[in-house]
Design a protein around this ligand. Structure first.
Ligand SMILES: *[C@@H]1O[C@H](CO)[C@@H](O)[C@H](O)[C@H]1NC(C)=O
Ligand SMILES: *[C@@H]1O[C@H](CO)[C@@H](O)[C@H](O)[C@H]1NC(C)=O
Ligand SMILES: *[C@@H]1O[C@H](CO)[C@@H](O)[C@H](O)[C@H]1NC(C)=O
Ligand SMILES: *[C@@H]1O[C@H](CO)[C@@H](O)[C@H](O)[C@H]1NC(C)=O
Ligand SMILES: *[C@@H]1O[C@H](CO)[C@@H](O)[C@H](O)[C@H]1NC(C)=O
Ligand SMILES: *[C@@H]1O[C@H](CO)[C@@H](O)[C@H](O)[C@H]1NC(C)=O
Ligand SMILES: *[C@@H]1O[C@H](CO)[C@@H](O)[C@H](O)[C@H]1NC(C)=O
Ligand SMILES: *[C@@H]1O[C@H](CO)[C@@H](O)[C@H](O)[C@H]1NC(C)=O
Length: 390
């Protein structure tokens, strides 16, 4: 199995050695799709089993024909690290009869949790009826790498799906394992003391969830922190980024917090990202950390208004953020994914809010151009390293 997989990987890589991806189309919606047609793209890189390592999956908000009454989250696959894409499956609402409408997130379990083994694929997303009267963050699982899906549990229920203060929706789940529990982060408008705040719940079996705990909650009611993503850093720290309506720098300035536990961000100080050239990224951020780029690795952060991304080689130290160009256009809430070899980061977008011609695209950047790397599969962990062999 191992050698077959390596041969396949080598064959796929021929002809694309060291090439970065530039504005690759994952999905072009037909013209009968409902505007904005696509938004909010997310990816996962499978790496828990040698047989499926290097498979990328993507999903997004999918606004189908005729105001789609049963929207689903598409699952597209790439077997060549993002160069070409085909449909793998569709995740339909199995629990509410409303559709899976907004804010999907994909995650491959790195360890067993409850009755779910390592390598189980998870999808969290917002199930919302056509009249937008309710919001329900639900969890689905696939035990066959995303070909078939089953409803697992309801995580959080909220009110009308509009981002107005005084309404009570929940939004934008992000999943991560920490200390043998699954953490589900999301945005929460249900607390009457906060127009919106950021919270998390945890589960040790994916079925039963603890009560919400605050991650970012400002005392000014009108402030709206939103859109949590979290990455582990070296030296026992964690970074979360979020957009911050209420920030003095700009409405929806991208903020970050560093904490020695991903469950106690509320006790940390929020800081704006301000690049060395003065740029403040705005809206819908996403962060990843990769071990390359320096002895402390590199944090990369995307935002919702620029093609560029922001890098920090010093564990998030203020003043150490640099703005670097990318080949990917602007999208509302682009997502980032570190590719095998860990120097290349995939940037995936589903288009802009209000966009009349959105499509789903992806590009990559190489943050440390150190030449070709060899691919190898570490049997045991199943983790590949190395992107494009020559
Ligand atoms: C939408 O367009 C696609 C592609 O042209 C077509 O296959 C599909 O049947 C259309 N759907 C509806 C509901 O009109
Ligand atoms: C979809 O719904 C919107 C808002 O209700 C409406 O303006 C639009 O005409 C609808 N489009 C279709 C194709 O039904
Ligand atoms: C796990 O599976 C076992 C055997 O099917 C079952 O008895 C148990 O209730 C399950 N546990 C959970 C948390 O679902
Ligand atoms: C945990 O969730 C399962 C499935 O929804 C439910 O049957 C069970 O009662 C829950 N257990 C607790 C302690 O809430
Ligand atoms: C809360 O923030 C708003 C701006 O969003 C500001 O106008 C208002 O004065 C602030 N309220 C307090 C009590 O600081
Ligand atoms: C979260 O932090 C804020 C200060 O930033 C504080 O006012 C609030 O009490 C904290 N919430 C919890 C639940 O600790
Ligand atoms: C990406 O490709 C599409 C389709 O060719 C094109 O319309 C768009 O302008 C391109 N975007 C960028 C940022 O190059
Ligand atoms: C819409 O985008 C597609 C590429 O996704 C491009 O080929 C087409 O020209 C665009 N149409 C308009 C009207 O801009």
């Amino acid at each position: 199995m191992l050698s077959t997989t390596l041969l396949t990987f080598g064959a796929l890589a021929v002809g694309t050695a060291n090439a970065l991806l530039s504005n690759v189309t994952i999905f072009t919606p037909p013209s009968n799709y409902t505007i904005p047609r696509t938004l909010y793209a997310r990816t996962v890189l499978l790496n828990q089993d040698c047989e499926t390592s290097n498979v990328l999956l993507a999903t997004w908000e999918n606004y189908g024909p005729n105001n789609d009454t049963d929207p689903y989250f598409p699952i597209y696959q790439s077997l060549d690290l993002g160069a070409t894409w085909t449909e793998r499956s569709r995740v339909y609402d199995q629990a509410n009869g409303w559709g899976l409408r907004y804010q999907p997130f994909l995650y491959e379990l790195p360890q067993a949790v409850g009755n779910f083994s390592a390598g189980t694929l998870l999808l969290a997303g917002n199930s919302i009826p056509e009249d937008l009267s309710e919001t329900q963050i639900d969890l689905y699982a696939s035990t066959d790498k995303g070909y078939t899906w089953s409803f697992v549990s309801h995580i959080a229920h909220g009110g009308e799906a509009l981002p107005d203060n005084g309404l009570t929706p929940v939004w934008e789940p992000f999943l991560m394992i920490y200390e043998n529990q699954l953490v589900a982060y999301y945005s929460d408008q249900r607390d009457p003391l906060h127009g919106q705040k950021l919270v998390h719940q945890t589960s040790t079996n994916l079925l039963n969830w603890t009560a919400p705990v605050d991650d970012v909650a400002y005392s000014n009611y009108t402030f709206r922190p939103g859109m949590t993503t979290v990455s582990e850093l070296p030296l026992g720290n964690w970074i979360m980024t979020y957009e911050f309506y209420g920030a003095p720098e700009a409405a929806f300035a991208v903020y970050y917090r560093i904490s020695n536990s991903p469950l106690t961000f509320n006790a940390s100080v929020g800081l704006p990202i301000i690049a060395t050239d003065g740029t403040v990224p705005i809206s819908s951020p996403y962060n990843v950390w990769t071990p390359v780029g320096g002895s402390l690795g590199t944090i990369a952060v995307s935002c919702g208004t620029l093609s560029e991304v922001f890098l920090n080689h010093n564990l998030g130290a203020p003043g150490a953020w640099t703005k670097v160009p990318t080949l990917e256009g602007v999208s509302y809430t682009r997502s980032l994914r570190v590719l095998p070899g860990e120097s290349e980061i995939l940037i995936t977008g589903g288009g802009v809010l209000g966009g009349t011609n959105n499509s789903v695209t992806t590009s990559s950047i190489d943050i440390t151009p150190v030449g070709p790397k060899l691919a190898s599969c570490n049997a045991g962990t199943g983790t590949y390293s190395g992107r494009r062999m020559v």
